[in-house]
Every structure is written in C-alpha cells, then in structure tokens.
Design a protein around this ligand. Structure first.
Ligand SMILES: Cc1ncc(COP(=O)(O)O)c(C=O)c1O
Length: 439
C-alpha cells in the first residue's frame, strides 16, 4: 500500500469499529464507555508531554498545569475511595500491581492469590504460566482454597493452609492479593486480613474490576475492611480512560511513591491522568446511582438467563453482587464457540475458564464458561427490561439456534435507543460517535 492508502485505511477501520459498537451489545466485563468529556481530555496536549516524578517534584519543565490536574485527580481518588494516599500514575492495573509487588516483596517471596481458573488475574500468576508475579517479580505463588458453589475463598481452609505451612516450617506469604478478574461476590477480607497481618503479610486487594462499585458504595470497601493497599484499573466499572491507580494507608506512601517512579513508571500518560480526573468528577456526582443500577442489572440478567435454563454460577447467592456473571455453557458448546457465535451477531462478551475447567481438561481455548458484565450497557442507560431482552437474544442464538442475521438485525434495532452516555454531565455527543479532528 502507498502511505496515503495506509493512512486512509486506518481511519476507515477506526470508523468501522465505532459504527460496529454503535450497533452492538457490549458485555465484556473489563470494559466501559467513557463519556465524551473524558474522550476530550484524552486528546488534549497533555498526551504529548513528560512529567516524570511527583506533582511539584518533577524532573521536567512545562508541568505547571499538569501538576494542578494531577493533584486534583489524586484528591478526587482519595475522596472516592476514602483513602489516605492515592497514586494516579500507574498506566494500567498490571503496572499498579507490579509497583505493589516491588514495594512489599523481594524475589522468591511467596504471594497468596486466586488461581486464574478461580478468578485470579494473569498478573497474580506463576512463572510457568508467564504470570507477572512469577515471571517478572520472581514470586512463588500459593493459591487460596476456593469453593466452586459460593464462588469464593474458603476462610477456614485458608487459615488451615497457613497454619500447616507454619507447622512445617515453610516460608509464609509476604503478600496476600485479594480480588480478581471474576469477582461476583465480596472476598472475605474482614475475616482474613487480621490473620494474615499476624502472620507477617502485607495485604493488597486488586479492585481492577470492581473499583467503580467500591467507589459507588455498592461492593465491599477493602481499605475500610483493613487491607494495606488497593490497586485499580480506571476503565472497567470505573468509567475512565485506560489506566491504573494505587490507594493505600498513609504509612505506605513513601514506599509506593518510589516504586511507581522511578521503579516501574517513567513518564506516566498525562492525558489519561486528565481523563481519570474527569471520570472521577463524574463518579463523585453520579457514582452511587450508576453502581446501584449496575448491580440491579447484573442480578436481573443472571435471573433472566437462569430462567432460560442457562447454568449461571453463584445461584445460591443470587448469581452476583457485582457487575459480572459467569455462565457454565459446557453442556452446550465451548465458551469460545459461543463467544464467536454471539460476536457475529453483535453481542460482544468473552469466554472464561470455570473454576473446575482444568479438572475436566479444558483450557483457555476450550473453556466451559462465558463471562458477562453489564457496566457498559448500564452506562448506556439500560435497565432491567433491557437485561431480559439481552437474555432473550442470547437464548435465541445459543439455545434456539435461530437465524443469526435475523437476531443481529434485531440487536441493531434494539441498540438504536441507547446511544448516549448516562451518569455523566450533559453533552450532545453520542457514546460511540467518531470524533474527527483532521480536516
Ligand atoms: C484483577 C485484574 N487485575 C489487573 C488487571 C489488569 O488491568 P489492566 O488491563 O489495566 O492492566 C485486570 C484486567 O482485566 C484484572 O482483571
């Protein structure tokens, strides 16, 4: 291709993507739609500047407005999470986790976390799976004992595991990581944090997924429940631009400040700091109402899918108390097949390992599960009636095997009414409107 052809092709693909999302039902649990206001902040000149270091302690000139914005962003982060310290520089959730590992562990220390099949994230993983904790920080990983039925950490078994390690004179975990990528129910932070502290561990909570819900007061409050530090992504249930942040008690501020810069972040993405600040203002104003609706919607979608004979996990406890649902589809097809079928019909979600998939020889390409998150649909203004309609579309495709073109057309029609970002300050710009700046 000639340069101008590459140039035009890329823009045309971007516009195609926007159009596709305007016509689709977005159910990926780790994504969201930022407001047009956040998108405006992200295209500002902040994205072309350097500001290594802390506000007012930079190693670059030209930062006077950048410093003001970053300080406001930190202030709102502290307010939203009731935290004594907030660092908004990590450029992603994984980056925030690496900064925490660097602050609180040494190579070959042990970290306790969820396995990936049980809902842990690859950043908690062992080196043999190229997990970040193992392969980047040389941590050894011990898994939390996990209960499939309640989809949660087993409290007594966890204590027993630590006491057994102690009895056998084994090295105990230096760091404990609660939270994860499939987090339908609050983790037993209150029940276990003191125990871990007594046994010499620092306790972190990875709230990458549930940060918005925590900030909106609709999920557990890990810092209040006693953890030392909490990491977040800023773009999942928290509806900012892609990025990360760390919240902690004041006593950890000095350690974390240095393990963010210079240890693990050079220049942080300043346009995203501006976008985070705008999203935080929106969360402080609208977060309670938004997160309440997120949880109402996810429970409604869980019930509707269950009513259509889908095996939604966590049934005993109402399917979910967060934005996420896990459905065992192993009796119908692989999760990957269903992911593709739905994607071709403009319903976008992803396959997911079930806690017991490994036991049945299933792996990432042949999962028994799918994962659905309702936060983005909620931001588009959908409520419980729309959750029932979404369950209906999924049933028509997966169980009734209806013609895909017909269902896709119905999805496109359904989506026409949901083109605005809700829970944001007023704007005329539509949610997925392509913003053209070039001539
Ligand atoms: C629990 C958890 N931690 C960390 C991350 C990584 O976040 P990021 O993509 O912001 O690096 C994810 C991503 O989904 C996650 O689920």
């Amino acid at each position: 291709m000639k340069p101008i052809e590459y140039y035009n092709k890329v823009f045309s693909l971007l516009e195609d993507h926007h159009k596709w999302f305007q016509q689709s039902i977005p159910l990926i649990a780790s994504e969201n739609i930022p407001s047009p206001a956040v998108r405006e902040a992200v295209v500002s000149d902040f994205g072309n500047r350097y500001a290594e270091g802390f506000p007012k302690e930079r190693v670059y000139a030209g930062c006077k407005y950048i410093d003001e914005v970053e300080l406001l962003c930190m202030e709102m982060m502290r307010e939203l999470f009731g935290a004594e310290y907030a660092d908004v520089r990590p450029v992603s959730g994984v980056n925030a986790n690496i900064a925490v590992y660097t602050a609180f562990t040494k190579p070959y220390d042990i970290m306790m976390s969820l396995s990936i099949a049980s809902g842990g994230h690859i950043s908690f993983g062992k080196s043999k799976f190229f997990g970040t904790a193992g392969s980047v920080k040389n941590l050894e990983i011990e898994y939390f004992p996990f209960d499939y039925e309640t989809m949660n950490i087993k409290v007594e078994e966890t204590k027993a595991k630590i006491l057994e390690m102690k009895k056998e004179n084994k090295t105990l975990p230096k760091l404990v990581m609660f939270g994860g990528s499939v987090l339908p129910f609050p983790h037993p932070v209150k029940e276990l944090t003191e125990f871990f502290h007594e046994h010499g561990a620092t306790v972190c909570y990875d709230a990458a997924h549930v940060a918005g819900l925590v900030g909106g007061g609709q999920f557990q409050d890990p810092l209040k429940e006693g953890v030392d530090v909490m990491t977040v992504s800023t773009h999942k249930t928290l509806f900012g631009p892609q990025g990360g942040a760390i919240l902690s008690k004041a006593i950890h501020q000095d350690a974390l400040k240095k393990t963010v810069f210079p240890a693990t972040v050079s220049n942080h993405h300043l346009h995203h700091v501006a976008g985070k600040a705008i999203a935080l203002a929106e969360m402080l104003e609208f977060g309670k109402e938004y997160t309440k609706q997120v949880v109402t919607n996810s429970q409604a979608l869980g019930q509707a899918l269950n009513d259509k004979s889908f095996n939604v996990l966590g049934k005993k406890n109402g399917f979910t108390k967060s934005h996420v649902l896990i459905v065992d589809v192993s009796e119908i097809a692989f999760g990957s097949d269903i992911e593709k079928l739905l994607e071709d019909s403009n319903i976008i979600l992803n396959r997911n390992l079930l806690p017991y998939d490994i036991k049945f020889g299933r792996h990432y390409d042949t999962t028994g599960g799918i994962r659905l998150g309702v936060q983005e649909c909620t931001r588009l203004g959908m409520k419980t009636d729309e959750m029932k309609q979404i369950a209906d579309f999924i049933e028509r495709l997966v169980i009734k095997k209806e013609d895909q073109n017909k269902v896709r057309n119905d999805v496109i029609e359904f989506r026409k009414d949901f083109q605005k970002v809700h829970y944001a300050f007023q704007t005329a710009t539509e949610a997925y409107q392509y913003l053209r700046i070039r001539a």
